[in-house]
Design a protein around this ligand. Structure first.
Ligand code: FAD
Length: 340
């Protein structure tokens, strides 16, 4: 975290696929970017919701895993040296001097920018936390709301809590490499796809994982960020302890348009309306791209967001370089900046 005022050409709210590509497009026009995301990792929906699912409609990639797409986009943006501020939602956006804008995050980071690109998807992502005393002491070390790399869980004793698709899918996936898996759910019935639920029961019968139902999470214990057991309780309050190294609570992600709705931008059903030729909002210097932006005929696809990123970058350039005319060049002609 930094409470000191940062200055940049473009502040990008949201490090989803579209925000990441905007760094590249701005970079190609010599504009520096700082990127803020409420999640602790980059990648937006791709990383948070479906990292290991294949995407088939990215031009040039007949098939690409969502996390791989994010890794490639980050690599493509890297030569332009973006500054990332992760794990902090932007809470305020206010006019600054000379037509610039000032952003403030929930951690007190302040960024002054010539232009702002809002690439905030459906709003700030945050996990629905189980109400367990002291859980924040373990978050990021032994309590995780997202699985980024399966390998991190090899040979671990894992408690998975929840009854939906994420809980069931990750139980099936991690059962191959974990030392032990408990699946804790407060109802006997799971809400996941019936085929996956059948597979879960088959694995439980074969002893590869243990279903702890109907139970709910009651307490955690451990030290220095590392849990050693998870206590669960049934509906009568009878408790039992599950020895564990990791807790994965999957109670969904909340998405919150939150403060964005209060920034005076024209909205249409929780989306920001923009001019389709530039992605500019009704406020000069503020642009919206990707899932959060809407205009007649909008397709909520990653590839539309990429095109909107290019249009926004071109529309922003005269704000950053008011006295310089843009000489149009293809990337093949211009090449990339020299990196260290
Ligand atoms: C299961 C699934 C499968 C999909 N398959 C496809 C597919 O095959 N092809 C396709 O084109 N699309 C697909 N999509 C849709 C695609 O993922 C979205 O269109 C894409 O992620 C939109 O990218 P984005 O960058 O606009 O927003 P997002 O990916 O939603 O990222 C927005 C980011 O902004 C952050 N943010 C929001 N508000 C704030 C704030 N105030 N402060 C800080 N950070 C903030 C969020 O935390 C988030 O990380 C799929 C979606 C899902 C859920």
């Amino acid at each position: 975290m930094s409470s000191e005022l940062q200055t940049t050409d473009v502040a990008i709210i949201g490090a989803g696929p579209v925000g990441l590509f905007a760094i590249f497009e701005c970079g190609m026009l010599k504009m520096r970017c700082q990127v803020i995301d409420s999640l602790a990792v980059i990648g937006g929906q791709c990383a948070a919701l479906y990292p290991e699912k294949p995407i088939y409609d990215i031009p040039g990639y007949p098939k690409v895993m969502a996390q791989e797409l994010i890794d490639r986009l980050a690599e493509q943006a890297a030569p332009f040296e973006p500054v990332y501020h992760l794990g902090q939602a932007v809470t305020a956006l206010q006019p600054s001097d000379g037509g610039r804008w000032r952003l403030t995050t929930e951690k007190g980071t302040e960024i002054d920018a010539a232009a702002v690109i809002i690439a905030a998807g459906c709003g700030a992502f945050g996990p629905n936390r189980p109400p367990l005393a002291g859980i924040e002491d373990y978050e990021g070390r032994s309590v995780h709301y997202l699985v980024q790399r399966r390998e991190d869980f090899r040979d671990k004793r894992i408690v998975i809590a929840g009854g939906g698709d994420s809980a069931v899918d990750w139980a099936l996936s991690l059962a191959e490499l974990a030392a032990k898996i408990y699946v804790v759910h407060r109802r006997p019935k799971f809400r996941a796809a019936p085929e996956s639920v059948d597979q879960l029961h088959r694995l439980a019968e074969s002893g590869k994982l243990e279903l702890v139902i109907p139970y709910q999470l009651a307490a955690l214990s451990g030290s220095a960020g590392q849990i050693d057991k998870v206590t669960v309780a049934d509906l009568e309050g009878n408790e039992k302890d599950l020895p564990a190294d990791v807790l994965l609570p999957f109670f969904g992600l909340s998405m919150n348009l939150g403060p964005i709705a209060e920034w005076g931008l024209n909205l249409d059903h929780h989306h920001i309306t923009v001019a389709p030729s530039s992605s500019e909002t009704n406020a000069k210097g503020i642009f919206a791209i990707g899932d959060i932006a809407t205009y007649p005929g909008k397709l909520k696809l990653i590839l539309s967001g990429f095109s909107e990123a290019a249009m926004a970058a071109h529309a922003i350039r005269p704000l950053v370089y008011p006295d310089e005319e843009l000489h149009w060049e293809y990337s093949t002609t211009k090449g990339l900046p020299q990196t260290a």
